[in-house]
Structures are given as structure tokens and as C-alpha cells.
Design a protein around this ligand. Structure first.
Ligand code: SF4
Length: 257
């Protein structure tokens, strides 16, 4: 989640993009969860949707009805919103048309491998509404990424760099956020150095969320992220001068090496 920097979690961008100067209590997020993904990560936390061959189709009208007055942002998840991005873009425009002049942020959590014109359009909507695009940078080196996710990462890295440029247009609240899962034995010191160098090389203002790993799906035989691993990741991020770094899922950290 980007809640450590977003208007809903912190009040950043108040009063233009947030209802309150702090956490937006009393307001709601419309979470749109598409049961689809273009990756097949060994540790997918949402792998159950891959087994569901009778997906429920929710009509757009029903989604619009869920857009109550107290909904202040729409967040698209997955799986990944990429495969259904045309629907998400079209729904966002319909929703915004119903709420002229009101706060309604458009946010995305994605692996960042959309076609470039599509992810550019996603970012344009986020920039205009005070929302953000959070991209999961799962690994920097191609072999590690391909091993973990089954696909190369050139599109993700290329799109992330493009979005970093676009995000300069609206520094606050940050329009682009990175996140990385600290997978033991895979996302190690070398990977973290490369990822931190990549992010910092684009902008040290891009917030980075580091997340402790939980064993699941095909990687259910790994331990959770160790405290030492998390501290190493934080130290690397700071060494590269990344200004806002968050450590998520702290309750999962183990003492083991
Ligand atoms: S990108 Fe996310 S949803 Fe898609 S397979 Fe990987 S972890 Fe699962």
C-alpha cells in the first residue's frame, strides 16, 4: 500500500486532494480487484484467483452504484489491473464525470508491465486527481525477475522510468511509488543495491515501500523475511539517499538469519 505517503493515509495534498489534514477518517476507498494477472509469480499472495474458473462479473452500473458520497478514492488491484486496464480507465472516467469538482483520487497497484500508452494514461488520471501509481519492482536483474515472476522485467523498468519523469509534474502528494517484497535468498543485497540505485537515479523523492515476505503458493517452503534482511534493505535505501522509505508487514519479521 502507498498509505504512508498518500492523501488518504496522511492527508498529503490537503485540502485539494484530501478531506482531512491527517488520515482520512470517515471516508472510504473503492477497491477494484480484477481477478487476472499477466505475471505468474512463485510467491503470488493472491494465487487463489488463478484457480477460480467461475469469476463473478460485476456490471459497470453496479460499480458506479458503489461510488457513495464518502468514497474519496478508487484503487485498482489484481492480480494486476494491467490486463483489464481499458475497463479501469473507462470506469474511472465515468466515475469522475459523476463527481465534478469533488475529491476522487484514482490509484493503481501494478507490476508496471502494461503497454506504455496505457500506463501513461493511468498516470495522467492519477496526476489529475491526486492519486498515485504504485509499481512493484520485484527484482532488478532479468534472471532473478524471470525466475520469480515467469516474465522479463524490461517493460516494468522502462515504464517506471517514464512515470518518474511524468511524476515530476506533481511532486506532492507523490504520484509514483515503488514497492519491493523482500524475498529471502532472491531479493538479496545485490538486488537491493541495484533497485535502490535505479530508483535513486531517477529521483530520490520517489517513495519506496519495502515489504516483509510471507511464504505462500510455490514459495511456501521459504522463511519469512528476517529482521537482519529488512535492516539491510533499509540501510541500502538510505545509503542511496531515498528520502521516504517504509517497512511494511513488520509483524512477519523473523529473528532467524
Ligand atoms: S504480479 Fe502480483 S498478482 Fe500477479 S502473479 Fe505476481 S504477485 Fe500475483
Amino acid at each position: 500500500m502507498a498509505d504512508f505517503v498518500c492523501p488518504g493515509g496522511t492527508g498529503a495534498g490537503y485540502p485539494r486532494y484530501a478531506h482531512r489534514p491527517g488520515p482520512e477518517r470517515g471516508y472510504a476507498n473503492l477497491a477494484v480487484f480484477y481477478e487476472a494477472c499477466n505475471f505468474n509469480c512463485l510467491y503470488c499472495q493472491n494465487w487463489h484467483f488463478k484457480l477460480n474458473d467461475r469469476k463473478a462479473l460485476v456490471p459497470t452500473q453496479k460499480m458506479l452504484e458503489a461510488l457513495k458520497e464518502h468514497v474519496s478514492c478508487i484503487c485498482y488491484f489484481g492480480g494486476d489491473p494491467g490486463p483489464q486496464a481499458p475497463h479501469a480507465l473507462s470506469f474511472s472516467k465515468k466515475a469522475l464525470a459523476l463527481r465534478p469538482g469533488k475529491i476522487l483520487r484514482i490509484c493503481w497497484e501494478t507490476n508496471g508491465a502494461e503497454n506504455t500508452p496505457i500506463i501513461r494514461e493511468m498516470m495522467r488520471l492519477s496526476l489529475a486527481t491526486g492519486g498515485c501509481v504504485k509499481i512493484d519492482l520485484k527484482a532488478y536483474s532479468a534472471p532473478v525477475h524471470e525466475t520469480l515472476c515467469g516474465v522479463p522485467n524490461q517493460m516494468t523498468l522502462k515504464n517506471f522510468a517514464l512515470l518518474a519523469e511524468m511524476a515530476r509534474e506533481r511532486p506532492e502528494p507523490p504520484a509514483l511509488v515503488a514497492s519491493t517484497l523482500l524475498v529471502p535468498g532472491y531479493v538479496d543485497e545485490e538486488e537491493l543495491e541495484a533497485l535502490a540505485g535505479f530508483i535513486a537515479g531517477l529521483s530520490r523523492d520517489i517513495p519506496w515501500s519495502l515489504l516483509a515476505f510471507y511464504p505462500t503458493f510455490y514459495l511456501d517452503d521459504l522463511p519469512t523475511t528476517s529482521r537482519r534482511h529488512a535492516q539491510l534493505a533499509l540501510a541500502i535505501a538510505r545509503k542511496h539517499g531515498i528520502k521516504r522509505v517504509n517497512l511494511g508487514n513488520r509483524h512477519l519479521l523473523s529473528e532467524a538469519y
